[in-house]
Design a protein around this ligand. Structure first.
Ligand SMILES: NC(=O)c1ccc[n+]([C@@H]2O[C@H](COP(=O)([O-])OP(=O)(O)OC[C@H]3O[C@@H](n4cnc5c(N)ncnc54)[C@H](OP(=O)(O)O)[C@@H]3O)[C@@H](O)[C@H]2O)c1
Length: 253
């Protein structure tokens, strides 16, 4: 349950990665805060289920399954958002993908796909929603990075590079958006208790060589509430960037 009940009433939020983990929790929390939600991810059944949960709390949901590496899918999703709701107030880029592997072993096609999903898709979505937010003179874009966007580590070059890239994209969006009432924020979570693959808290904890065990990963619902707060914060202030981690990870990177 969002800690800011109904602060987003009448607003429309588009959330990527809404089929699971943080994106799903964020879609639910934004709906609890009053927003209607557009849901993006590949998993059609999961999106349908999340949409039904959102409608059960009295909000409208628009599940649009597809692959964020596909530019046409992204452009169509924003068009459907505007034709259905007439406006877009919040964009949360929570989808993420990784193909682990040493630089020397990583196929170029895998690098391209990770960067397409983690960095190119947030660029394309921001590009498509910006004119609508500019016209409304209001809007908030929240990009979900990672502590991997603060410190690169072995066997994760594509993931780390894409998350570092989100920092530049977000700062450019903030610089271009501020004169138009548009806020751009970046969130760097540490280990979260989701089904995230090789770099998720559970997988990291299981690795014997791990010198930074995560004994309590962040619940995705708590991080989602933080995102709601970022979206619902008074218009005259912006959380430019937020690093949130389990206590055991405090101070890293
Ligand atoms: N878990 C952690 O420890 C952790 C830490 C720091 C940052 N993060 C970041 O937090 C965000 C959420 O991750 P999570 O932990 O919630 O993991 P998750 O449960 O695996 O969620 C990832 C989401 O991204 C979507 N996605 C992946 N590839 C996609 C594609 N090609 N097209 C459309 N959607 C795609 C997935 O949906 P489909 O599979 O249905 O397409 C899913 O909804 C990610 O950006 C991740 O990098 C996670």
């Amino acid at each position: 349950m969002s800690t800011i009940p109904l602060a987003l009433t009448g607003q429309v939020a588009l959330v990527t990665g809404a089929s699971s983990g943080l994106g799903r929790a964020t879609a639910q929390a934004l709906a609890q805060a009053g927003a209607d939600i557009v849901l993006l991810a590949r998993g059609a059944n999961d999106l349908k289920q999340v949409g039904a949960e959102i409608e059960s709390v009295g909000r409208r949901a628009l599940p649009l399954p597809g692959d964020l590496a596909d530019e046409d899918y992204i452009l169509n999703a924003v068009q459907r958002t505007i034709s259905t709701f007439g406006h877009i107030d919040v964009l949360v880029n929570a989808a993420g993908f990784d193909v682990p592997g040493a630089v020397t072993d990583l196929p170029t096609s895998d690098w391209d796909y990770v960067v397409d999903v983690n960095l190119r898709a947030p660029f394309l979505l921001a590009k498509a929603v910006f004119p609508h937010m500019r016209q409304a003179r209001h809007g908030t874009i929240i990009n979900v990075s990672s502590v991997a966007g603060k410190r690169g580590w072995a066997n994760a070059a594509a993931y780390c590079a894409s998350k570092f890239g989100l920092t530049g994209l977000t700062q450019s969006l903030a610089a271009e958006g501020k004169a138009h009432g548009i806020r751009a924020c970046i969130l760097y979570p540490g280990g979260m208790a989701t089904n995230w693959g090789a770099w998720g808290a559970n997988a990291r904890q299981a690795r014997p060589e791990n010198t930074r065990p995560v004994t309590k990963a962040l619940p995705s619902t708590e991080v989602a509430d933080l995102i709601v707060w970022m979206a619902a914060a008074p218009g005259e202030l912006v959380l430019n960037e937020v690093v949130v981690s389990p206590l055991e990870e405090q101070g890293w990177p």
